[in-house]
Design a protein around this ligand. Structure first.
Ligand code: GLA
Length: 408
């Protein structure tokens, strides 16, 4: 839907801009109360795209309760792009005919013990070409609060052309540094403006920034009130896309913590484009990364394998660990480690080779900070491994993972 640009994460935010937009105390206060652990839920986009309607959203809420996802910690039912209708003469946004009564839908979702999320853009149009919030920021925030919305994904989309971040005739041509600085400052301002509008409603609304990582958003996302921010372009339901995005998060760990999370995009688990082992890789890697766990499949049609992945409570507990520390990679192998409360560590060992080679990989326990005997549990086999000494060798399947909890 969106114009595919070359990745523009390289734009670094000059100090002058950071000083120009200092962290407001309101922004910090609001962002730390919400999303104390990475948000968990469902979003309509990856499976339904622009076809989603109110019945699909109700069905997702019903399924989240009946299939055990709510009990496992999933809470948000998020409507992505394509709910937007026209504005009335007073400028109030109305949903389109697919969503006849947004307040009734929110009431229904709340009656299930869940929360409702919605989507908009700072630009005049969303990425799908629907009505954005440009010129109506406070008015839209008020409308969301009136409907009972609990989460907003705010997607840059057409605001890119207002910022003039690209030479639209020659999108791959770099723009001059001064123009870059101005563009990033405008974008920060637009995100801060919606944050302030949400604060003004006095309704706690999780604020999800979606601008694909432009301008190293992880460095300033919390300063504009973001509870989470997308770090990359869109994910697709294949191993290459998922693994490129997931493994590229190495180095971003210092920017995440309670109330403010790096978001490597939604889960594709259950959408059919990857093997069960590859989907276990996504669930494990996202949990090691303390990433939001936002399912993107049709919750009403989950097979047993999909359920066993999305509902693996032992892996979810790694993601939701109260310390809120994002894991990091032990270079150069794809061995990742996440410190957990009480001195335990989660370790995920990935096999990134897809050609049927199951390669033994040896983990040295001292490389993850342990000397002496270590207790171990396999979080996918759901099996205690007893006491380990010195090292442990695993053979993750192609595209798959072995994930352990280690403690002393
Ligand atoms: C962008 C976002 C996606 C999705 C679509 C909707 O591409 O990155 O996650 O929200 O817009 O149009």
């Amino acid at each position: 839907m969106r114009f595919r640009r070359p990745l523009f994460q390289g734009i670094c935010v000059p100090l002058a801009i950071l000083l120009f937009f200092p962290l407001s105390s309101t922004a910090k206060a609001q962002s730390t109360r919400l999303a104390v652990t990475p948000p968990m839920g469902w979003n309509s986009w990856n499976h339904f795209g622009t076809k989603v309607d109110a019945a699909d959203v109700r069905a997702a809420a019903d399924a989240m309760v009946s299939n055990g996802m709510r009990a496992a910690g999933y809470r948000y039912i998020n409507i992505d792009d394509s709910w937007e209708g026209k504005r009335d003469p007073q400028g109030n946004i109305h949903p389109n005919s697919k969503f006849p009564d947004m307040k009734a839908l929110a009431d229904y979702v709340h009656s299930k013990g869940l929360k409702l999320g919605i989507y908009s853009s700072p630009g005049p149009k969303t990425c799908g070409g629907y009505e954005g919030s440009y010129g109506h920021v406070q008015q839209d925030a008020n409308t969301y609060a009136k409907w009972g919305i609990d989460y907003l994904k705010y997607d840059l989309c057409s605001y890119e052309s207002i910022m003039k971040l690209w030479d639209l005739k020659h999108p791959s041509r770099p723009i001059p540094p001064m123009q870059q600085m101005k563009a990033v400052a405008m974008m920060r301002h637009a995100y801060e403006k919606m944050h302030q509008a949400l604060v003004n409603t006095h309704r706690p609304i999780v604020y999800s920034l979606c601008q694909y990582g432009i301008g190293s958003v992880w460095k300033w996302g919390p300063n504009v009130g973001g509870n989470l921010w997308r770090t990359t372009d869109d994910i697709s339901d294949n191993y290459r896309s998922m693994s490129l995005i997931g493994f590229s998060q190495a180095g971003l760990q210092k920017y995440a913590g309670p109330g403010h999370w790096n978001d490597p995009d939604m889960l594709e688990i259950g959408n059919g484009g990857m093997t069960p082992d590859e989907y276990r890789t996504q669930m494990s890697l996202w949990s090691i990364l303390a990433a939001p766990l936002i399912a993107g499949n049709d919750l009403t049609k989950m097979d047993a394998t999909t359920k066993s992945i999305l509902l693996n409570k032992e892996v979810i507990d790694v993601d939701q660990d109260p310390l809120g520390i994002q894991g990091h990679r032990l270079a150069p192998l794809q061995i990742w480690i996440k410190p957990l409360a009480g001195g335990a560590r989660a370790v995920a060992i990935f096999n990134t080779v897809l050609d049927d080679q199951a390669i033994p990989i040896t983990l040295q326990l001292k490389s993850v900070g342990f000397t002496g005997p270590v207790h171990a549990r396999d979080l996918w086999a759901h099996k205690d491994l007893g006491i380990l000494h010195g090292s442990y060798t695993v053979v993750p399947p192609p595209g798959g993972v072995v994930m352990l909890r280690l403690w002393q």
